[in-house]
Design a protein around this ligand. Structure first.
Ligand code: SAH
Length: 354
C-alpha cells in the first residue's frame, strides 16, 4: 500500500485528520515517510540549507557557541548538541572552526538529535572523527551537563495544526476525502482556550498555526538550559507570531501541493518564534534577530574576504553568491531569524541583538 492509500483508508475509517497528523505521517512514516526514506538535501535533492550553501555558516555558529561556553566559565563537561543535523555539514564546519579554541573540543561531547536513519548514516560518515552520540529526542539529552545547542531548519519540520478564526471561536483546518482524493476542509467551530491570546491580534477569517511539537521541544530546551546551563541558537524561517497559511511542500526545489503524492516532498511551516520564546521560559530568550544581521555581526564579510583570496573563476563567483544568499534581505537574510536561549542573567551568544 502506498502512503496515499494508507492515509486515505485511515481517513475513511476515522474521519478527517489534522494537518499535524498528516505532516507526521508524510515525514516520518517508518516505511514511506519522507525523512525515513531519503537524504533530501542538496542540489540533487529537494531543498538546500545554509550550511550546504557555505562553510561560513557552520563556522560562525560554532564560534558563537564556543564563546557562550567560554562566557559560562568553560565547563569541563558539556554537550555540543545539534537538533536535526541533516548531513552533519554544519557540525563539521563548527568543529573545524573551533579546533583552536582552548579546551573546547575536550570539554564537549557531540550529541545529535536525529529521527532519520538515512541522515544518521550520513552524519556518522561526516563526523566520524568526533565520535558523536545520537539520541531520538531532546528528552534523552544528558541531564548532568550544560547543553550548547544549534537547531538550523529543524523547527520548521515539526508538525503544525491550523486554525481559522470564526468569530470568537476557531475552526481547525483538516484533511479529508472528496471523490477519492485528499482535500482540505474545516472542522466545526470550537472554542480554543489555548488560542485566547490570539483573539487580540487576529480578525475574523485569519488563520493561525500552532506547533505543539515545537513548543514541547522549546520547553525542554528552556528547562534544561535554565537548570543545567548552556545556550541554544534557533535558526529558521518564520516570524514573531504566526499569521496565515505557511504549510508548504517542496520537491526538487519547486513548490508543490502538500497533498500531492504524500511522503515524496518536504513539508514545512514557518516557525512562530513568539510561541517558542514563551515555551522556553524559565530560560531567557533573546529578541529575534534576522539571519543577515546575525551573520554580519559575527563577521561573515571579513571571513568571506579571507576565503576569497584563495579562490578564482567559478569558485569565486559561487563563493560571492553564497555570501549574498545567506545575508541579503532579498534572499535568506530577512526571512530567516535567529533566537538565542540562555539561563537568566547569562551572556547571550555573540551576534544576537540584545
Ligand atoms: N539542520 C540541517 C538539516 C535540516 S532538515 C541543515 O541545516 O542542513 C531537518 C532535519 O531535522 C533533518 O535532519 C531531519 O531528519 C530532522 N528531523 C525532522 N523532524 C525530526 C524529529 N521529529 N526528530 C528528530 N529529527 C528530526
Amino acid at each position: 500500500m502506498s502512503l496515499s492509500e494508507i492515509i486515505q483508508s485511515r481517513i475513511a475509517a476515522e474521519g478527517p485528520m489534522s494537518v499535524a497528523e498528516y505532516m507526521t505521517l508524510c515525514l516520518h512514516h517508518p516505511e514511506h515517510g519522507y525523512y525515513s526514506t531519503r537524504d533530501p538535501l542538496g542540489q540533487a535533492g529537494d531543498f538546500i540549507t545554509a550550511p550546504e550553501i557555505s562553510q561560513m555558516f557552520g563556522e560562525l555558529i560554532g564560534l558563537a557557541l564556543a564563546q557562550a561556553w567560554a562566557d559560562q566559565g568553560a565547563p569541563a563537561n558539556a554537550a555540543l548538541v545539534e537538533l536535526g543535523p541533516g548531513r552533519g555539514t554544519l557540525m563539521a564546519d563548527a568543529l573545524r572552526a573551533t579546533a583552536r579554541m582552548p579546551g573546547f573540543h575536550d570539554a564537549v561531547r557531540v550529541t545529535l538529535v536525529e529521527a532519520s536513519p538515512a541522515l544518521r548514516a550520513a552524519q556518522a560518515e561526516t563526523l566520524a572523527a568526533h565520535a558523536p552520540v545520537w539520541v531520538d529526542s531532546v528528552d534523552a539529552l544528558p541531564e548532568d551537563r550544560p547543553l550548547f545547542v544549534i537547531a538550523n531548519e529543524f523547527f520548521d519540520a515539526l508538525p503544525v495544526r491550523q486554525f481559522l478564526r470564526d468569530g470568537a471561536g476557531w475552526r481547525e483546518r483538516v484533511i479529508g476525502l472528496s471523490d477519492g482524493a485528499l482535500t482540505f476542509g474545516l472542522a466545526d467551530r470550537a472554542p480554543r482556550p489555548d488560542l485566547s491570546h490570539r483573539l487580540e491580534d487576529t480578525s475574523d477569517g485569519d488563520l493561525v498555526e500552532v506547533s505543539h511539537a515545537a513548543q514541547g521541544v522549546a520547553e525542554v530546551l528552556g528547562d534544561r538550559i535554565a537548570a543545567q546551563g548552556g545556550a541554544a541558537l534557533i535558526v529558521d524561517y518564520g516570524s514573531e507570531a504566526s499569521l496565515g497559511d505557511t504549510f508548504q511542500a517542496l520537491r526538487a526545489h519547486e513548490k508543490v501541493s502538500p497533498l500531492d503524492a504524500p511522503g515524496t516532498a518536504d513539508l514545512t511551516a514557518h516557525v512562530d518564534f513568539g510561541a517558542l520564546c514563551r515555551a522556553a521560559a524559565p530560560a531567557h530568550a533573546s529578541p529575534v534577530t534576522t539571519q543577515g544581521v546575525f551573520l554580519e555581526t559575527l563577521g561573515i564579510t571579513a571571513r568571506a574576504q579571507a576565503l576569497a583570496t584563495r579562490l578564482s573563476g567559478d569558485a569565486l563567483e559561487t563563493h560571492i553568491s553564497a555570501h549574498r544568499r545567506l545575508t541579503h534581505p532579498d534572499e535568506m537574510g530577512s526571512l530567516f531569524k535567529v533566537m538565542g536561549l540562555v539561563p537568566e542573567g547569562a551572556a547571550l551568544p555573540p551576534g544576537l541583538v540584545t
